[in-house]
Ligand binder design. Structure first.
Ligand code: FPP
Ligand code: MG
Length: 270
């Protein structure tokens, strides 16, 4: 595990440098300092998956801006999620809205989505923008669906639970791995890479929910007891499917790292 994280450090560094470069143009913005502070200390798992997928698909093209866009969407979603959930802590620090107020928390995500548009416009290939749009829309749908189900408070089916996970969490992993293939010009591998990300995301969120077990504000607390027993097994099945997504790739160090990330996701969460 330590070794895996160590081997991913150069990728995290690439993400951070590209993020600094993009944000350097926003230095005069009121959002600059609060956002830079909040984004410090993130593990950059999703953009790293984009970079690795890109490398595993041959490594042509320029993946860094898209990787930054993925981290930015993730950031916006966390800022809004903490506001919606009424959570006051994130990554062991104050939630964004605690330090900056709810107005800034709402507007910071608007600002971020504008930055994501800027990144999308940098790519000649309009598929990049399409995937970023697709991901942002689905995450919003997933969060709203979760809010509705929680508000109703009725027991939910495994299908409803998985639908929320697929939309709010798996989507961004799927977008990351798909973009890696698209930017490398390997559209033929895009669906396989997307499948890797999607199933990794699902397995990761199930494991995360199992760790947080018993929280009464968790959607998983509404899953019928009889269905709960399946969840761990389901996560293992999803990881098998994630591995299958990698099969058409030629062997490479990047592919091996993607495999290791998936193995790690079922053991514990990021
Ligand atoms: C964390 O869930 C939340 C998400 C994975 C997605 C949140 C999505 C939105 C708020 C939609 C907005 C989308 C954009 C593009 C700005 P959790 O509450 O189960 O996990 P946690 O324990 O990390 O809070
Ligand atoms: Mg939350």
């Amino acid at each position: 595990m330590e070794r895996l994280l160590k081997s991913l450090e150069p990728y995290a560094k690439r993400v951070n440098e590209a993020l600094d470069e993009l944000m350097a143009q926003e230095k005069d913005s009121l959002f600059f300092n609060p956002l830079m502070k909040f984004m410090r200390g993130g593990k950059r798992v999703r953009p790293i998956i984009l970079l690795l997928s890109h490398e595993a698909c041959g490594g042509k093209g320029n993946p860094e801006p898209a990787a930054v866009a993925i981290e930015l969407i993730h950031t916006a979603s966390l800022i809004h999620d903490d506001l919606i959930d009424g959570d006051v802590e994130r990554r062991g620090k104050n939630a964004f809205h605690v330090d900056n107020g709810k107005e800034m928390a709402i507007l910071a995500a608007d600002f971020i989505l504008a930055l994501v548009l800027r990144v999308a416009s940098m790519y000649e290939n309009k598929q990049v923008g399409e995937v970023l749009s697709w991901a942002s829309k689905r995450m919003a749908e997933g969060e709203l669906l979760e809010v509705r189900l929680m508000r109703e408070g009725e027991p939910i089916s495994l299908d409803d639970y998985l639908k929320v996970l697929e939309l709010k969490t798996a989507t961004l992993f799927e977008a990351s791995s798909r973009l890696g293939a698209i930017i490398a010009g390997r559209v033929d591998l895009a669906d396989n890479m997307a499948s890797y990300g999607r199933y990794l995301g699902l397995a990761y969120q199930i494991k995360d929910d199992l760790l947080d077990w018993g929280g009464e504000r968790e959607l998983s607390s509404l899953v019928r007891e009889g269905d709960l027993g399946f969840l761990s097994e389901l996560a293992d099945n999803f990881i098998e499917k994630a591995f299958r997504g990698l099969e058409p790739l030629e062997d490479s160090e990047a592919k091996e790292k993607l495999r290791k990330i998936a193995e790690f996701a079922v053991k514990r969460s990021f």
